[in-house]
Ligand binder design. Structure first.
Ligand SMILES: C[S@@+](CC[C@H](N)C(=O)[O-])C[C@H]1O[C@@H](n2cnc3c(N)ncnc32)[C@H](O)[C@@H]1O
Length: 249
């Protein structure tokens, strides 16, 4: 999961990588962005990718700096943004030296995904270094609880289709075994790629370790269709989610 990996996904990025800002179902991310914009003027989009969140930030903030190390994705983001209040910057957020950027509000939306803990720590520290004192950070990260819950919902789905519960559990267990690379580290398969997922307390800890004071952690929900096909309607009530943490510096 390096810069080349992300650039290789550039063609049809939106079709291959789920963008939470456009796909969320409960409006939690959009509402929090709007709320933060009432207090802060400049925003950083750290790991902006193909600009999934950048236009939203550009709508609400006076100035946005969108940063990524994948040049092809940055070019896609550039095409997607219609306003002239966004500056794009190529930088590796896990490098020792943070980019010379200071923003009031830092956004890091599903960019803390690398299986390597040191890389994730460095990115978090970069986001902290680039946030001005008195500023805020909004971090969205995949939830391990949500990922594991999917297996239980899959069992319920098979039971609803008439399979016995024991048999359903036995049929789902090997899938979980194959997809969960490390339960301890929260590294699980997403589209064939080992991807970091976070427990609630773990995300809080990671942000606190970088220096942030975490204020709230909420859920950004997304449709079941992103993770499971043909789910019966009555099982769709509780949706899968990413964590949405808001912290201050
Ligand atoms: C899943 S995409 C998310 C894109 C966007 N934030 C969104 O929500 O649609 C993760 C992005 O993080 C970027 N990224 C990951 N590690 C990075 C690093 N060390 N430096 C800069 N960008 C990084 C990748 O290039 C990719 O564009």
């Amino acid at each position: 999961m390096n810069q080349q990996y992300w650039d290789r996904l550039a063609k049809n990025f939106a079709g291959r990588v789920f963008e939470i800002a456009g796909g969320e179902t409960n409006g939690a991310l959009a509402a929090t962005v709007k709320k933060l914009s009432r207090r802060y003027k400049t925003a950083g989009d750290f790991g902006c990718g193909a600009g999934g969140t950048t236009p939203l930030l550009a709508t609400y903030f006076d100035e946005v700096i969108a940063i990524d190390y994948a040049k092809k994705l940055l070019r896609r983001a550039q095409k997607r943004v219609q306003t002239d209040n966004v500056r794009f910057l190529t930088a590796d957020l896990s490098a020792k030296k943070p980019p010379a950027v200071t923003v009031d509000a830092a956004f890091c939306i599903n960019a803390l995904l690398h299986p390597n803990a040191k890389k994730r720590r460095r990115i978090t520290e970069t986001v902290y270094a680039c946030t001005r004192r008195g500023g805020a950070a909004l971090v969205v990260a995949p939830a391990l609880e949500s990922y594991l819950r999917t297996y239980q919902v899959l069992v319920a789905c098979r039971v609803a289709q008439g399979q016995g519960r024991k048999k359903a559990v036995r049929s789902v267990a090997p899938l979980a075994q194959k997809e969960v690379h490390s339960l301890v580290e929260g590294i699980v398969d997403v589209g064939g790629t080992p991807t970091k997922h976070y427990m609630h307390d773990e995300l809080v800890q990671q942000l606190a370790d970088a220096g942030f004071a975490v204020a709230t952690v909420a859920r950004v929900e997304f449709p079941w269709s992103e993770v499971l096909d043909d789910l019966p309607q009555d099982l769709q009530k509780f949706r899968p989610w990413d964590w949405l943490a808001v912290a201050s510096k």
